[in-house]
Design a protein around this ligand. Sequence first.
Ligand SMILES: Cc1ncc(COP(=O)(O)O)c(C=O)c1O
Length: 392
Amino acid sequence: MTKSEIIEQYDKYVIPNYVRNPIVFVKADGVHVWDENNRRYLDLFSGWAVSSLGHCNPRVTKAIQEQAATLVHMPNIYYTKPQGQLAKYISENSFQGQCFFCNSGAEANESAIKLARLHYSHKGKYKIITMDDSFHGRTLATITATGQPKYHRGFAPLLEGFSYVPFNSIGGVEKAIDDKTCAIMLEPIQGEGGINVADYDFMTQLRKLCDERDILLIFDEVQCGMGRTGKFFAYQHYGIHPDIMTLAKSLGNGTAIGAMEATPEVAKSLAPGTHASTFGGNPLACAAAVSVFETIQSENLLNNAVEMGRYATDRLSRFAREISCIADVRGLGLMIGIELKIPASDVVKKCMEAGLLLNCTHETVIRFMPPLNVQKVHIDEGLDILESVLKA
Ligand SMILES: Cc1ncc(COP(=O)(O)O)c(C=O)c1O
């Protein structure tokens, strides 16, 4: 099929709810992807931080191939080996909780919202406080949780019981709490919101407040989790832990999987019949995610994320001092935002034309989220392109 035939097929049969660039990608390997003309692109965005071990990572591919030839799906009324193994990896590397598996970030957050309400239903507590500029997904409950009015437009009435406070404002949270509040939900580093890092004091005070007021603390680590910030989970930079955490995106390095982990005490509320997912925790996705954990550990990728994050941030900060259109460079590990004083979408488009894939969020912020196993040579190649586009 030609490129125009492929695009025509989309035009006729696929709902146009995405703005697509006119490129047809056909294959990928590590930090590179190729279009149908065999043109190579450097991918330093990792498809919304999904392909965190690089595209078609050999260990993950092998795990998928072996599992696909062994057992792909069994309903959750039986046991399979990969689901338990994956839950153990998540639990042992975080806060010793228990997991529920689903297929996406929105579903993981939907589960967290349901669990928080269920856990406190006997006390009549149902309200959830989230942050301005947050992003939690596209289901009705998760757009309601998302503190950005643009995602609410056209979907009224939204779910009852949500309120939004400024990110990093403990005073704002205190004011919003009442005796019906069951949870506070936030991303330790906001992704879609423009790579905003939670303050240390804010996070520690939130934990204290939740303990004092009998409120659950939910961390959405769908984007910032799984090693992206140089620790397995971003909350581990703060010396506290949540009651519930959600994961997706890079958990399966491209296979569709989401997870919600809760402390055993809270997890008990998700009794049989309260929640479920047909595909959740299927052996194929779980085997891929198990190999993601094993690869991060055996290849020491948390350290690489710290080192490469520092390398990229140092170079970007030096460049920011030379060029007036960069307002800020911020982030943690390999979750880096470059805030411009000009619209970032044009810059991202020009980078793409030059063979570099990045992303623009919040109008003016370039998201730089290369795979955790990225090397200096790729960072230099990518930043050479970005810098020449910004200079031009
Ligand atoms: C922090 C966060 N939570 C939830 C989601 C929703 O994930 P999904 O698109 O897999 O439903 C996203 C997606 O960008 C996200 O960044």
